[in-house]
Design a protein around this ligand. Sequence first.
Ligand SMILES: [Fe+2]
Length: 213
Amino acid sequence: MLDLGDLEHNGVVIIDNISSRAELKRLAKSIGEIRPHPNGENIATLKSSDGRSSLPGTLSNIYGLSAFPFHTDTAFWGIPARYVVMGMFSKSQCTTNYISLSDITRVVSNDFRAKAEKSIYLVETFEGCKYTSPIFCQNGVSGIRFDPNIMKPANVHAERFHSELLEALRSIEPRKIHWDGNKAVVFDNWKNLHGRSAVNNERREIFRIYLES
Ligand SMILES: [Fe+2]
Protein backbone atom coordinates (compact mmCIF):
# COMPACT_ATOMS: atom_id res chain seq x y z
CA MET A 1 0.00 0.00 0.00
CA LEU A 2 2.80 2.38 0.88
CA ASP A 3 6.55 2.37 0.34
CA LEU A 4 8.06 3.29 3.72
CA GLY A 5 11.39 4.08 2.09
CA ASP A 6 9.58 6.64 -0.04
CA LEU A 7 8.12 8.25 3.07
CA GLU A 8 11.48 8.30 4.81
CA HIS A 9 13.18 9.78 1.78
CA ASN A 10 10.60 12.35 0.70
CA GLY A 11 8.90 13.11 4.02
CA VAL A 12 5.48 13.23 2.34
CA VAL A 13 3.62 10.55 0.40
CA ILE A 14 0.28 10.91 -1.37
CA ILE A 15 -1.93 7.85 -1.81
CA ASP A 16 -4.92 7.77 -4.14
CA ASN A 17 -8.07 5.64 -3.98
CA ILE A 18 -8.57 5.89 -0.23
CA SER A 19 -12.30 6.29 0.11
CA SER A 20 -13.27 5.39 3.67
CA ARG A 21 -12.22 5.79 7.27
CA ALA A 22 -11.54 2.03 7.44
CA GLU A 23 -9.11 2.26 4.49
CA LEU A 24 -7.43 5.26 6.05
CA LYS A 25 -7.01 3.35 9.29
CA ARG A 26 -5.59 0.34 7.44
CA LEU A 27 -3.10 2.61 5.70
CA ALA A 28 -2.09 4.15 9.04
CA LYS A 29 -1.60 0.76 10.68
CA SER A 30 0.68 -0.33 7.82
CA ILE A 31 3.04 2.50 8.81
CA GLY A 32 3.04 2.51 12.60
CA GLU A 33 1.10 2.42 15.79
CA ILE A 34 -1.86 4.75 16.09
CA ARG A 35 -1.65 7.09 19.03
CA PRO A 36 -5.00 8.47 20.08
CA HIS A 37 -5.42 12.19 20.47
CA PRO A 38 -5.78 13.30 24.11
CA ASN A 39 -9.53 13.43 23.42
CA GLY A 40 -9.37 9.60 23.00
CA GLU A 41 -10.12 9.44 19.26
CA ASN A 42 -8.07 7.29 16.88
CA ILE A 43 -9.38 9.15 13.87
CA ALA A 44 -10.16 12.79 14.33
CA THR A 45 -12.75 14.36 12.05
CA LEU A 46 -11.81 17.96 11.39
CA LYS A 47 -14.63 20.08 10.07
CA SER A 48 -14.03 23.59 8.88
CA SER A 49 -15.92 26.07 10.99
CA ASP A 50 -15.84 29.68 12.02
CA GLY A 51 -14.31 28.37 15.25
CA ARG A 52 -16.83 29.84 17.66
CA SER A 53 -17.74 26.44 19.06
CA SER A 54 -14.20 24.95 18.82
CA LEU A 55 -12.05 24.25 21.87
CA PRO A 56 -10.33 27.41 23.14
CA GLY A 57 -6.77 27.72 21.83
CA THR A 58 -7.22 25.32 18.88
CA LEU A 59 -6.37 26.51 15.38
CA SER A 60 -10.05 26.45 14.42
CA ASN A 61 -10.93 28.54 17.44
CA ILE A 62 -8.27 31.14 16.68
CA TYR A 63 -8.25 31.22 12.88
CA GLY A 64 -11.73 29.99 11.95
CA LEU A 65 -11.96 29.70 8.16
CA SER A 66 -8.79 31.73 7.53
CA ALA A 67 -5.45 30.13 6.62
CA PHE A 68 -3.69 28.20 9.39
CA PRO A 69 -0.04 29.13 10.06
CA PHE A 70 2.73 26.55 9.58
CA HIS A 71 3.09 24.27 12.55
CA THR A 72 3.95 20.83 13.92
CA ASP A 73 0.99 18.72 15.02
CA THR A 74 0.97 17.67 18.71
CA ALA A 75 3.81 20.08 19.53
CA PHE A 76 2.59 19.86 23.12
CA TRP A 77 3.51 16.16 23.40
CA GLY A 78 6.87 15.19 24.97
CA ILE A 79 7.89 13.99 21.49
CA PRO A 80 5.43 15.03 18.75
CA ALA A 81 3.67 12.39 16.62
CA ARG A 82 6.16 11.07 14.06
CA TYR A 83 3.75 10.72 11.17
CA VAL A 84 0.38 12.28 10.48
CA VAL A 85 -2.05 10.55 8.14
CA MET A 86 -4.74 12.72 6.61
CA GLY A 87 -7.53 11.72 4.29
CA MET A 88 -10.28 13.49 2.43
CA PHE A 89 -12.85 11.63 0.40
CA SER A 90 -14.70 14.59 -1.07
CA LYS A 91 -13.13 17.43 -3.07
CA SER A 92 -11.95 20.67 -1.56
CA GLN A 93 -10.56 23.91 -2.96
CA CYS A 94 -8.62 24.40 0.25
CA THR A 95 -5.07 23.04 0.10
CA THR A 96 -2.86 21.62 2.83
CA ASN A 97 0.49 23.35 2.50
CA TYR A 98 3.85 22.25 3.81
CA ILE A 99 7.47 23.28 4.02
CA SER A 100 10.20 20.78 4.75
CA LEU A 101 12.97 21.16 7.27
CA SER A 102 15.51 20.79 4.46
CA ASP A 103 13.86 23.69 2.57
CA ILE A 104 14.15 25.74 5.77
CA THR A 105 17.76 24.69 6.35
CA ARG A 106 18.67 25.96 2.87
CA VAL A 107 17.62 29.56 3.62
CA VAL A 108 18.58 30.09 7.27
CA SER A 109 21.92 31.11 8.75
CA ASN A 110 24.66 28.61 9.59
CA ASP A 111 24.05 28.93 13.31
CA PHE A 112 20.30 28.26 13.04
CA ARG A 113 20.67 24.83 14.62
CA ALA A 114 22.88 26.22 17.39
CA LYS A 115 20.19 28.83 18.10
CA ALA A 116 17.60 26.06 18.21
CA GLU A 117 19.68 24.02 20.64
CA LYS A 118 19.88 26.95 23.05
CA SER A 119 16.21 27.92 22.65
CA ILE A 120 13.66 27.50 25.39
CA TYR A 121 9.97 27.80 24.63
CA LEU A 122 6.95 27.95 26.87
CA VAL A 123 4.17 25.68 25.60
CA GLU A 124 0.73 26.63 26.77
CA THR A 125 -2.44 24.66 26.13
CA PHE A 126 -5.72 24.51 27.98
CA GLU A 127 -4.30 21.45 29.77
CA GLY A 128 -1.35 23.28 31.29
CA CYS A 129 2.04 24.74 30.45
CA LYS A 130 5.66 23.56 30.31
CA TYR A 131 9.05 24.51 28.92
CA THR A 132 10.41 22.75 25.88
CA SER A 133 12.98 22.84 23.09
CA PRO A 134 12.07 23.41 19.42
CA ILE A 135 14.29 20.49 18.42
CA PHE A 136 14.62 16.95 19.71
CA CYS A 137 16.27 13.68 18.79
CA GLN A 138 14.98 10.16 19.27
CA ASN A 139 16.68 6.95 18.14
CA GLY A 140 19.11 8.97 16.05
CA VAL A 141 16.37 10.88 14.20
CA SER A 142 16.09 14.58 14.89
CA GLY A 143 13.01 16.69 14.47
CA ILE A 144 11.59 20.16 14.76
CA ARG A 145 8.75 21.20 17.03
CA PHE A 146 7.07 24.49 16.17
CA ASP A 147 3.58 25.76 16.77
CA PRO A 148 3.43 29.54 17.11
CA ASN A 149 -0.11 29.17 18.34
CA ILE A 150 0.88 27.49 21.61
CA MET A 151 4.68 28.04 21.80
CA LYS A 152 6.14 31.33 22.97
CA PRO A 153 9.90 32.06 23.04
CA ALA A 154 11.10 32.05 26.66
CA ASN A 155 14.74 33.11 26.21
CA VAL A 156 16.70 35.36 23.89
CA HIS A 157 17.94 32.45 21.76
CA ALA A 158 14.36 31.33 21.17
CA GLU A 159 13.39 34.88 20.19
CA ARG A 160 16.16 34.91 17.57
CA PHE A 161 15.34 31.40 16.40
CA HIS A 162 11.64 32.27 16.22
CA SER A 163 12.04 35.38 14.09
CA GLU A 164 14.53 33.68 11.78
CA LEU A 165 12.20 30.72 11.30
CA LEU A 166 9.16 32.93 10.63
CA GLU A 167 11.17 34.91 8.08
CA ALA A 168 12.29 31.66 6.42
CA LEU A 169 8.69 30.42 6.25
CA ARG A 170 7.61 33.68 4.60
CA SER A 171 10.36 33.41 2.00
CA ILE A 172 9.77 29.78 0.96
CA GLU A 173 7.09 28.84 -1.56
CA PRO A 174 5.19 26.02 0.17
CA ARG A 175 4.34 22.73 -1.51
CA LYS A 176 0.62 22.13 -1.84
CA ILE A 177 -1.61 19.12 -1.47
CA HIS A 178 -4.71 19.44 -3.64
CA TRP A 179 -7.62 17.49 -2.26
CA ASP A 180 -9.35 16.20 -5.35
CA GLY A 181 -11.25 13.31 -3.80
CA ASN A 182 -10.48 9.89 -2.25
CA LYS A 183 -6.98 10.86 -1.33
CA ALA A 184 -4.71 10.31 1.66
CA VAL A 185 -1.47 11.96 2.64
CA VAL A 186 1.15 10.74 5.07
CA PHE A 187 3.70 13.26 6.21
CA ASP A 188 6.67 13.17 8.51
CA ASN A 189 5.64 15.55 11.27
CA TRP A 190 9.25 15.85 12.50
CA LYS A 191 10.59 17.00 9.14
CA ASN A 192 7.79 19.23 7.83
CA LEU A 193 5.74 22.14 9.03
CA HIS A 194 2.25 22.28 7.60
CA GLY A 195 -0.67 24.67 7.37
CA ARG A 196 -3.87 25.17 5.44
CA SER A 197 -5.14 27.75 2.99
CA ALA A 198 -8.35 29.65 3.75
CA VAL A 199 -11.67 27.84 3.36
CA ASN A 200 -14.16 29.48 1.02
CA ASN A 201 -17.81 28.56 0.78
CA GLU A 202 -17.48 24.85 1.43
CA ARG A 203 -17.95 22.39 4.24
CA ARG A 204 -14.56 20.80 4.45
CA GLU A 205 -14.18 17.53 6.30
CA ILE A 206 -10.78 15.95 6.72
CA PHE A 207 -9.78 12.88 8.74
CA ARG A 208 -6.56 12.69 10.70
CA ILE A 209 -4.60 9.94 12.46
CA TYR A 210 -1.44 10.34 14.57
CA LEU A 211 1.29 7.72 14.52
CA GLU A 212 3.86 7.04 17.23
CA SER A 213 7.54 7.48 16.61
FE1 LIG B 1 -2.03 20.50 11.84
